[in-house]
Ligand binder design. Sequence first.
Ligand code: FAD
Length: 457
Amino acid sequence: MKINKSPWIHQLDHTRKSSVLSTDLDTDIAIIGAGIAGISTAFFLLKYTKYRAVIFEQGKLAHGATGHNAGQVVARFERPLYELVEEFGLEKTKKALQDLRSSWVLLDEMYTDANLSILFSRVSGVRGFSDLNQVLGTLKDLEIEHIAGLNPNKMLIQDKAPFRGLLPKAYENLFEFVSHEEILKKLETDNKDFHAVVIDQAACINSALFCQEVAGYLLKKFPDRFFIYENTHIIKTVLKQNHVLLDAGKHTVHAHKVVLCTNGFEKLDILNESGLEVDKRFHHNVIGKVGYMSGYLENLNKAGAAIAYYTKDSDPAHDDPYYYLTRRPHEMGDEKHNLVCVGGPEVAINDREEYLNDYDYPDKIPGDIDAFIKKVYDPDPNRKIDYQFTWHGLMGYTPNRVRLIGAEPKNSVLLYNLGCNGIGIIPSIFGGRKIARIIAGEKLEESIFDPRVDAKS
Ligand SMILES: Cc1cc2nc3c(=O)[nH]c(=O)nc-3n(C[C@H](O)[C@H](O)[C@H](O)COP(=O)(O)OP(=O)(O)OC[C@H]3O[C@@H](n4cnc5c(N)ncnc54)[C@H](O)[C@@H]3O)c2cc1C
């Protein structure tokens, strides 16, 4: 068995001082959860409103999914766009895509305001496909991106692809043929199973370190309006008509609004004393999945990379995991190495409370990841890879795989910025900005991120 050891947590400042809630408290906005969603929500609230905000974190800052991901920044959904169009219509899907793309600027805004110098490597995000279904699904999505005015890059397909004759004429403007060598070069593999690639904007970041640094900046910049309490578990929230009470065990917090940035609904009861019961059935439908990753160091002789490999067994329309890899210089004052992180295997858990951060890492999974690396990325049979890091994190999937951002329809003192859904860094930041807008009183148009009374179950 291996322990849960993430390179992102490893790089945090372990001497940083934290505070536990030790008294009753009154604030304007209570934020539950200090991952990328909670920190981004605090950032935009403090910058664009005059409200006081306090974050409550049951463990340590950025030790949830934010400290256990792949560190790949992409403005995408973890669900085929054509399915979103079926569910929400083209206009709302277009707007949502544009919203996510515009969030690159929000990330830059946080980085610049906080005057950060931590590594933020912009890279090409390459997705490689090995069969016709994957290619057709992705072409359908590229067509939607095209209609949304996002100018997606054309898909590159190898000129002797076994399915070349089956590519529909209607998509001809969305792809072009290149040599197989070029496809394999882009995917940094010799494995001839891959026949097509799409390249988008991407970046690699340690999102936990990013949260630590932005939190430090906010604490300094807004000493009278902001604080973070760690090791402070909120057990229950009681929603009243114009305010909310949070039960933090020995202490009670009174706030005007509460924003759940909890990834899902971990160990938190919500009682709506002012109106209809907040839909427990929906809350329980946030499904927990544990994602596993391994990481190792290699020589610093390649540029940064973010590559997703859809092998023959991965079907994005049917929720099958694919392998993904990020490569970036290792940020430990060691300028001689790249850190390669690879993930893919996921295990659904029945009861989200089953998951514990310090669970060991099961034996089979590093073997599966190693076999993938040997087959696709690093086939040298004489090289035994020494994995310095093996880690796992909890992903909370909403039933329709769209992040939930906005006010609870049954009582607007409760707001959400949650639902990890596999790709969560950019959506969390977008969610933070949107929550600040809602709290500032802006009237926003309807969107696919809105919490709905009739949420799909
Ligand atoms: C293996 C893996 C790989 C991933 N790879 C990527 C990737 O490459 N790119 C990408 O964009 N996304 C990726 N993700 C998803 C991304 O990491 C998450 O979507 C994002 O970090 C979620 O941030 P968050 O703040 O919503 O949740 P979290 O970081 O989980 O933060 C939620 C916090 O809420 C706290 N909390 C919960 N309940 C309570 C309570 N009752 N009281 C007090 N505190 C509470 C938790 O302790 C936790 O710290 C990956 C996730 C995993 C697990």
